[in-house]
Design a protein around this ligand. Structure first.
Ligand code: FAD
Length: 896
């Protein structure tokens, strides 16, 4: 690789003329009038004139342009629709803006697999219009979806009103091609639920284009809901409304949307559009429930009762599309109304724990009074994501300065109450100066080192997300134009417990003495041999640190076992989405580190999405903390995603904040025992339906097969799901030459059902085996892969020593191999399994390999082409290999 010092920046005239030669003059905008719309994004307080704007017409020309910009050392910034709200899509340092407006093709679509591959300039709403014919959708729906592009959604990890139930962009982002600033193109992820190795997709989502440019993206689709009901409720004030939101979530209803506006916005709406709200109205809530019609009908009853009991003066549901549009009108026109009642406003974006929302709203109002300003609140109430809009007149410099100071005060208050800098708008230029309030100097330096792995030249959207100079609060010249100068630095405090302090000194000593350590939790998912490393016992960190039921999150020390955490939660009607083969022994730190996932992913999605925050000690002996008790967070790179499944190679985790979920009100499980082939067919058919099975597992061994199908929710939903299951069952059963299948059913409800589910997981997952292999493929390829594996096992006469656990909705297969195999046979067998997975297009890894030779397998299955980057990520956290390395080569010292 050419060193960054060997290249020099060319002058702008040369760059422009070479770009014109390459792309043609019409694809290079240079005149001041043509550049004007590109000088700002949707947050016009920032203004940067780019050197020029290029509009590459194809991926190939885009790559050629990036190569040229690298040769000439010209910084560049990707630009989607420019609807960002933090100045992210502006070119710093006289750089080039790369508009993706001409890359708008849907490259491929696979409705059965529920995946689509698109170019980055595809507009969110247009994609969803195309998908509607297949009754599918790309769930993230930023309010800007009419113009916002998929590239911009990924770069900002966009959310939207409906992400409360369906999740933000990263939860629907399966793979991409990423072009780096030296024009290297990486292919990351693809069709599988997770990628092998460190979660680079989690790192890219929300990275604001600072790591590279997404040239294509593979997205997960979900079925359009069968039924949707919209409701509104009016409250005397935001405090009563906030408590009503907590009561609703506590009742186990997860609305697809839950949006609130306060009295200030209601007044603005009334004077701008005469909407006719009932008086007096201090807060207005609009929300939606969606799903199967039986589920929605019952949830609407619960919504009406809960909100009325919690103090709503009126609760109304829309009975037609027109009424639905009218109910949403207030929320959708809110920002427009503010524009009419004040010359200017700054819309902020912070996320706080839900339980402190009423207090935070009081504080915001107080901050407004202190600065002599009106502040209106429009927010995603279910997510705790607030958008306080500070109204001011930019023509009055004193008022403008006050507005910026009030904004800073709100951000600080949000951090003080345990929140984060931003949940949707990103850091961009707007919040660079605030980064030092949330991150320590070491953490910011770590973010910068991570960025340099992808862009050592600092060409890809420079000056965004990471403050210039880690010791400097804000180094740009335009602070006064864009906001009041930041107050003196106030670094976050990381108070260490005694246990953490002793771990820190053990790791720092090991670093100084070049010793090697290995954290040891419950020892249930052992994949790294000790190999002379000194064990760090983690079980001593065994305190539950914080649990506020209304926040739906728990903070624990990493040595707490899964059973200990769930025992506490069950008493409050909640549970974790994490699982483990032996929950009594498995520590949460160990489970997160192994990235263990299983049946519950069917209901909750991969558990990595529920790691909201963590604290750890890197192999370099630095304290690292990321995240908080909040469900949305785009403040800096998502280090939490990197930690999941990293097998302890990056940091020793000491604390975790995990999202919790309401226990299902009712549940039912069906067990089907029968012929292997027929059950494979049945599982495949069930997995292809749009129904939300809470569990769909198939367990196979030489005695036969057993299929478990779970239904959870309200009784009406369960009844409907049972009918849908029986319809598929009857068809498969009628077609089989082996006659009707025996059907065994068990039913349980409420808390007991949660226990039954977990009990089943424990019983099925725990194999006292020498080796557990994990195979991950696109969900639709699961059953074909299992059929091939069964043939392979039979040919090797290995069926009696092997058990398979198959999760066809999530593309996961576990192969448990009992001890007592002849080494040569075992070696041949697992190489053949590896080949089968390679041909299917997934990845393979280890879940458990106590003391075994690995024969080329590793704990995480990173693709060879990405191992170089992953190795460098490892070095950023652990420069002296104090912590375990993951690949066999690395373990033997060859890689790190
Ligand atoms: C009225 C309004 C409502 C909004 N509502 C929401 C909301 O509900 N939720 C929400 O999350 N956001 C919301 N936003 C913010 C914004 O629309 C989203 O963040 C959106 O995803 C940005 O998409 P874009 O195409 O406009 O990106 P741009 O603004 O063009 O770019 C945003 C960032 O992404 C980078 N980028 C763009 N394309 C690529 C690419 N292909 N590869 C790498 N980096 C790239 C840019 O460099 C920049 O840093 C709203 C904005 C407005 C104006």
């Amino acid at each position: 690789m050419i060193s960054p010092d060997e290249l020099v920046r060319s002058d702008p005239e040369t760059v422009i003329s070479r770009l014109q030669e390459l792309l043609g003059e019409d694809a290079v905008l240079t005149s001041p009038e043509a550049l004007l719309p590109y000088e700002t994004d949707a947050m016009p307080i920032h203004r940067r004139r780019p050197m020029c704007v290029i509009l590459p017409p194809s991926r190939a020309t885009l790559m050629a342009a990036v190569t040229l910009l690298h040769e000439t050392q010209t910084p560049w910034t990707a630009r989607g629709a420019g609807s960002g709200l933090s100045g992210g899509a502006l070119a710093e340092n006289n750089g080039v803006l790369i508009s993706l407006a001409r890359l708008r093709e849907i490259l491929s679509s696979d409705p059965r697999a529920r995946r689509v591959e698109v170019e980055p300039g595809v507009v969110n709403q247009i994609l969803n219009q195309e998908l509607a014919g297949e009754r599918l959708q790309f769930a993230p729906d930023p309010s800007s979806q009419l113009v916002a592009t998929i590239g911009g959604n990924i770069a900002e990890n966009a959310g939207g009103p409906h992400t409360l139930k369906h999740g933000v962009t990263v939860q629907h982002f399966l793979g991409c091609r990423l072009v780096l600033s030296d024009a290297t193109e990486l292919t990351i992820g693809g069709s599988e639920e997770t990628m092998g190795g460190y979660d680079l997709l989690g790192l890219i989502a929300g990275s604001e284009g600072t790591l590279g440019l997404v040239t294509s993206a593979t997205l997960r689709l979900i079925p359009l809901p069968e039924s949707t009901r919209t409701f509104m409720a009016v409250f005397p004030d935001t405090e009563v409304a906030g408590n009503a939101v907590a009561a609703l979530l506590g009742a186990g209803v997860v609305p697809s949307a839950l949006e609130m506006i306060d009295a200030e916005v209601l007044d603005a709406l009334e004077s701008a559009f005469s909407i006719g709200f009932p008086k007096p109205a201090g807060a207005f809530l609009v929300g939606e429930v969606d799903g199967l019609k039986e589920e929605v009908a019952e949830e609407m009853l619960l919504v009406t009762c809960t909100l009325s009991d919690a103090g709503a003066s009126e609760v109304r549901a829309a009975n037609s599309e027109t009424e639905r549009v009218n109910l949403w009108r207030a929320r959708k026109q809110a920002f427009g109304a503010l524009g009419r009642v004040a010359p200017n406003y700054i819309s902020h974006d912070v996320v706080i724990p839900r339980s402190v929302m009423p207090a935070m709203l009081r504080d915001i109002s107080e901050i407004g009074k202190q600065h002599g300003l009106r502040i209106a609140n429009i927010f995603h109430a279910g997510d705790g994501n607030l958008h306080p809009a500070i109204l001011f007149d930019a023509a009055d410099p004193a008022q403008a300065a006050s507005a910026h100071q009030a904004g800073d005060a709100i951000v600080r208050r949000a951090l003080d109450v345990g929140g984060v800098l931003t949940g949707e708008h990103g850091i961009g230029l707007s919040k660079r100066k605030n980064m030092a309030w949330a991150f320590s100097e070491e953490e910011l330096a770590l973010l910068d080192r991570l960025r340099r792995i992808f862009d050592p030249w600092n060409l890809s959207n420079p000056g965004k997300l990471i403050p210039a100079g880690v010791n400097v609060e804000e180094a740009t010249s335009d602070v006064s134009a864009e906001g009041a100068p930041a107050e003196s630095s106030r670094r976050p405090k990381r108070d260490l417990s005694t246990g953490e302090a002793s771990l820190l000194s053990a790791i720092q000593d090991a670093y100084a003495e070049r010793k090697q350590l290995i954290p040891v939790g419950g020892g249930t998912l052992r994949i790294t041999p000790l190999c002379g490393r000194s064990p760090l016992p983690m079980r001593k960190l065994n305190r539950i640190l914080a649990f506020e039921p209304a926040d739906f999150a728990v903070t624990v020390e990493s040595g707490v076992t899964l059973a200990e955490a769930n025992d506490l939660l069950v008493d409050h009607g909640q549970q974790l989405s994490w699982e483990a083969p032996d929950p009594q022994r498995a520590t949460l730190g160990g489970i997160v580190s192994a990235g263990y996932w299983s049946s519950q992913a069917c209901r909750f999605g991969h558990p990595k999405y529920s790691l909201l925050g963590f604290r750890g000690i890197s192999g370099g002996g630095e304290i690292i903390q990321f995240g908080a008790t909040v469900v949305k967070n785009v403040s800096g790179y998502d280090l939490a995603k990197l930690i999941v499944g990293a097998c302890g190679t990056l940091a020793v985790t000491t604390r975790l904040t995990l999202r919790t979920y309401p226990l299902a009100r009712c549940g039912e499980m069906i067990e089907v025992i029968g012929n292997v082939k027929t059950l494979l067919h049945l599982a495949d058919r069930l997995a292809a339906t749009p129904y939300p099975w809470s569990r769909l597992d198939l367990n196979l061994n030489d005695n036969g097969a057993v299929l478990h199908v779970g239904f959870q929710g309200n009784q009406a939903l369960i009844d409907r799901l049972r009918q849908e299951f029986e319809a598929v069952f009857r068809q498969v059963s009628a077609a089989t030459e082996h006659g009707p299948l025996p059907l065994e059913m068990s039913r349980s409800t409420g808390k007991d059902f949660g226990r039954l589910e977990r009990g089943l997981t424990d019983r099925l997952c725990w194999f006292d085996s020498a080796l557990i292999l994990k195979l991950v493929v696109g969900a639709e390829k699961t059953i074909p892969l299992v059929s091939q594996l069964l043939e392979l096992l039979e040919a090797n006469q290995a069926l009696s020593k092997v058990r398979l656990q198959v999760h066809p909705t999530i593309g996961l297969v576990r192969v448990a191999i009992d001890p007592g195999f002849d080494d040569a046979v075992l070696r041949r067998l697992i190489l053949e399994i590896a080949e089968q997975v390679r041909l299917t297009g997934g990845y393979r890894a280890l879940d458990r390999a106590p003391g075994n030779p690995w024969w080329g397998w590793d704990g995480w299955g990173a693709s060879r082409t990405l191992q170089d980057r992953m190795q460098r990520i490892g070095l950023v956290f652990d420069p002296r290999s104090v912590l375990p390395a993951q690949t066999p080569e690395a373990q033997s010292g060859a890689m790190r």
